[in-house]
Ligand binder design. Structure first.
Ligand code: 6PG
Length: 242
């Protein structure tokens, strides 16, 4: 078992532990005059982590050595409450001293297919490339109630082995268009972290982490299978069924 479980009492301590990891990685990169290339997910879970980073790590992280990319984005304006960039901006980016050139947002307001192509080119220009795919230092993933991760949903598993680095997806219920990193880009990262909190995720976490048969249809399971050194940052209630 290569993957690692990091289980903490509650959402705050889990977020703190993840903030410590990001701080450690950013400072290590900065000490070598390098940049930390991190791809972040949206949704609700990361908002507390982002707020903590802004409030308690603003002066201990060398933000000019951190470059933010996105795992996925809803195809909406950046000011839309649904925007993953917008959530990150409001909880973190506007509250830290990070150069604009370190922010690489997916432009959800543009035509999805065109933006996916633009973002793919940008990743291949800005990041190291391995096996034909861009290499992130850290990819921060959530897990949805249906086992999706990024915007790779159970009804579109082809995104897991697409030869594209970035593609277009649609939410299976709302039909909302999304731009998303593909499975091969995610698994090409130096480190993949699943960040999951809340009792409502305990069943899906159990199914994925313990590789129960029904989990085979979950995109998160695929990433976990391929990316065998993934880290799971969980609070106690999300981990209670493991
Ligand atoms: C998104 C996210 C998505 C998210 C999961 C978990 O755009 O919604 O990237 O993959 O990580 O849906 O979302 P919660 O953190 O809100 O449970």
């Amino acid at each position: 078992m290569n993957y690692r479980l990091h289980i903490y009492d509650d959402e705050v301590s889990t977020s703190h532990a993840l903030a410590d990891l990001i701080s450690e990685k950013a400072n290590s990169k900065a000490s070598n005059s390098e940049k930390l290339n991190i791809a972040v997910s949206g949704g609700k879970t990361p908002s507390l982590l982002f707020a903590l980073l802004a409030q308690e790590y603003n002066n201990s992280i060398p933000w000019n050595s951190v470059r933010f990319f996105w795992v996925d984005e809803r195809c909406v304006e950046p000011t839309d409450p649904e925007s993953n960039y917008g959530m990150t901006y409001n909880t973190l980016l506007k509250n830290i001293n990070i150069p604009d050139e370190n922010i690489f947002r997916m432009k959800g307001e543009l035509i999805p297919e065109i933006e996916a192509g633009r973002y793919q080119k940008q990743l291949l220009n800005e990041l190291p490339v391995r096996n034909g795919f861009p290499v992130f230092d850290l990819v921060l993933l959530g897990i949805g109630d249906d086992g999706h991760t990024a915007s790779i949903f159970p009804n579109d598993m082809s995104l897991l082995d697409s030869e594209l680095s970035v593609s277009v997806a649609s939410h299976p219920v709302s039909g909302q268009k999304r731009i998303t990193l593909t499975g091969k880009t995610i698994c090409n990262a130096n480190q993949v972290v699943f960040f999951v909190t809340g009792a409502n995720k305990s069943k899906i976490v159990q199914q994925i982490v313990t590789k129960m048969p029904e989990a085979a249809k979950y995109p998160s399971s695929y990433i976990h299978d391929i990316e065998w050194n993934a880290d799971f940052y969980l609070d106690k209630v999300a981990a209670e069924k493991i």
